[in-house]
Structure formats: structure tokens, C-alpha cells
Design a protein around this ligand. Structure first.
Ligand SMILES: [Zn+2]
Ligand SMILES: [Zn+2]
Length: 344
């Protein structure tokens, strides 16, 4: 059988190619991919920032949904046609992190869709341990948001938010917005700091208090809104220098800061505030299986307004222009590619 796949060829180029479908190997599940969202990491790959890691032969993509199409030797418990999502992490099973139960941040972690073949193709084989089954009634385009939503669940779980706490989310892109939604669901009073007016407008529509640090002093504003206490929990999702300055300046006494963003360069951090206010700093990277379970639950409960969160859905044939549009208009929330038509 011949199938279509988008292949990253370097130089901001995807080529749409036909290839032979590979049968699932031992321990693998073959998936017919329905939808795959475009992640910030995919954009980095497209822009050439990760060429050394990814190469020029790879089908990328990991924010997906689909149905089981076949199973390999030794795999049981799956039926063809069953709706699923994939938790795209392949761990080694024998390193200090794996042995301590932290498989999601395995020392030899392979991120499926970056370090190995991903979901911008019709048929995709993955290890069976990465597959999560979906309820029959979930919309597959919405289900493709479970991966980024699981990131947000993991971030919020690291912070252990208590009902009524003041929460500051620095950066209102797709992950920042999802962190805000999950934090609010956990009982936090959430303020989002963001500089893009389109993203601020979306956040306000979702009922969030917002700050644009370009027009007001964000620390003064947070102090004003919290009776000079500051934010009990701060999520740094912006990956920016001003974001790192704000995270310590806006944190309350004994505040918890969660580092969500990927800082490629080492930022200067105001360590004095850690001493002065007895702050705590938590790292949060990808997700654990239980974060996926929680994300599925929150999605089916309607915590995310999927219809407005998904800005556009385009066919696989349009992947090149979809990526080009996102690089020139970064204020879109979530662009999604429909990989194949799956009857629901
Ligand atoms: Zn992603
Ligand atoms: Zn490991």
C-alpha cells in the first residue's frame, strides 16, 4: 500500500512524498493519523534551528489524534478503528531517571516526531506503550489538543496550586493559554502577561485578567491586584529575558515559580529574590502518563474551548503554506493539519 508523508528537507521546506506503508513491527501499533497540530517545536524545526538533531529525511509532527489500523506481534488490547492519541516519548528503561520512575525525562529520551518518525503522514507506527485510548464520543480534531494540554497539566501539577491562590502566567501563546486554563480549573486566580494584542484579546475572551507589560508596569499591576502580596505561583512560559525578570519580581513570599519555557541561552536570574522571599523554583518538562489521563478528562469536560482554540484546519497538501503562514503570523493560536479523513 502507498501512503502520503510530509518530509522535512531543510531550508524551510516540506516535500509531500509517497511511500510504502510499513507493517507494524513487534510491540508496535500502526495508526491511521486523523489530525496533527503544529507545535512551536515544529516551527523551530521548520526554521532550521534543529537541523543537527532532526536531519533532512524526517517526517515530524506529534500533536496528533487518529485510529488504530493494525497491531504488531505481541500487542493485544487494541482494536482496529479505536480512537487514540500518542504520548510521543520513548524512554530507555534503564538509566538513573527511568530507574527512579521518571521515565518521561529519561536520560536517553527519544521524542517521537523529532528524534524519530512523526505524525505528518497517513500511517504511523509507534510503540504500544505510548498509545492512550480515547472515549468513542470525542471529536478527533479536538483530541489533537491533548498533547499540548498534557504539557499544561504537568506544569500545573508541578506547582500544586491550592484553590484561591494568585497565579501569574508569563506568555500567552498556546501553551501559556492552556496552562492558564488548567490553573484556573485547579482553583487559581489567573493573570496572563503577554505582549501580543491578538493573544491578549483571546485571553480576555476566555475570561482572564491580562497585563500588557508594554503598556503598564507588570509588577506594579500584579501588586495592585494582589494587595501587594504578589503571585503565589508564577509560570514562565515566554522564554524571554523580561519574562525571567518578571518571574522573580512578581512572586509572593514563598512563591513557587515553574520554568516551562525552553531557554536556549542561560538567562540572568535574580537569585537575591530567592533568598529574600524564600522562593522555590520547579522545572517542568513534557508529561507523565497520568497527565495524559487528566488532559483527556479536562478536554471532555470542556475546559478548553476547542472550537476557538483551533484557528484553522488545513489538508496535508497545504503543510508548506500552513508553516509559512505561522512564521509570518505568530499570533494564530493553533493551526492543525488534517492528515486523513477518518469516519467518526
Ligand atoms: Zn508539542
Ligand atoms: Zn532511561
Amino acid at each position: 500500500m502507498i501512503t502520503k508523508a510530509a518530509v522535512y528537507r531543510g531550508n524551510k521546506t516540506f516535500s509531500l512524498e509517497e511511500k510504502q506503508v510499513r507493517e507494524p513491527g513487534p510491540g508496535e501499533v500502526q495508526i491511521k493519523v486523523a489530525y496533527c497540530g503544529i507545535c512551536g517545536t515544529d516551527l523551530h524545526i521548520f526554521l532550521g534551528h534543529m537541523d543537527q538533531r532532526v536531519g533532512f529525511e524526517r517526517t515530524i509532527g506529534h500533536e496528533m489524534s487518529g485510529v488504530v489500523s493494525a497491531v504488531g506481534e505481541g500487542v493485544s488490547g487494541f482494536e482496529a478503528g479505536q480512537k487514540i492519541v500518542v504520548r510521543p516519548l520513548d524512554h530507555c528503561g534503564d538509566c538513573p531517571a527511568c530507574n527512579a520512575g521518571h521515565e518521561h525525562i529519561c536520560h536517553n529520551l527519544k521524542f517521537i516526531g523529532i528524534d524519530s518518525e512523526g505524525a505528518f503522514q497517513e500511517f504511523w507506527n509507534v510503540p504500544s506503550h505510548t498509545v492512550h485510548m480515547l472515549p468513542e464520543n470525542v471529536d478527533l480534531s479536538h483530541a489533537a489538543l491533548i498533547e499540548p494540554l498534557a504539557v499544561a497539566c504537568h506544569d500545573v501539577n508541578r506547582a500544586k496550586i491550592v484553590k484561591g491562590e494568585d497565579v501569574l502566567v508569563i506568555g500567552g501563546g498556546p501553551i501559556g493559554l492552556l496552562v492558564a486554563l488548567v490553573a484556573r480549573h485547579a482553583g487559581g486566580n489567573v493573570i496572563i502577561s503577554e505582549i501580543s494584542e491578538t493573544r491578549l484579546a483571546y485571553a480576555q475572551k476566555q475570561g482572564f485578567k491580562t497585563i500588557n507589560p508594554k503598556s503598564v508596569d507588570p509588577v506594579e499591576e500584579i501588586n495592585r491586584q494582589t494587595n501587594s502580596k504578589g503571585a503565589d505561583v508564577v509560570f514562565e512560559v515566554s522564554g524571554s529575558r523580561p519574562g525571567v525578570d518578571l518571574m522573580t519580581a512578581a512572586a509572593a513570599t514563598r512563591g513557587r515559580i515553574v520554568m516551562v519555557a525552553i531557554h536556549a541561552n542561560k538567562p540572568t536570574v535574580d537569585m537575591f529574590q530567592f533568598f529574600w522571599r524564600e522562593l522555590e523554583l520547579f522545572g517542568a518538562r513534557v508529561y507523565r502518563p497520568e497527565d495524559y489521563d487528566q488532559a483527556m478528562k479536562l478536554l471532555t469536560e470542556g475546559v478548553v474551548d476547542c472550537a476557538s482554540f483551533i484557528t484553522d484546519v488545513q489538508p496535508l497538501e497545504a503543510i508548506q503554506s500552513a508553516f509559512e503562514a505561522l512564521t509570518s503570523n505568530p499570533s494564530a493560536i493553533k493551526s492543525m493539519i488534517q492528515i486523513s479523513k477518518v469516519s467518526e
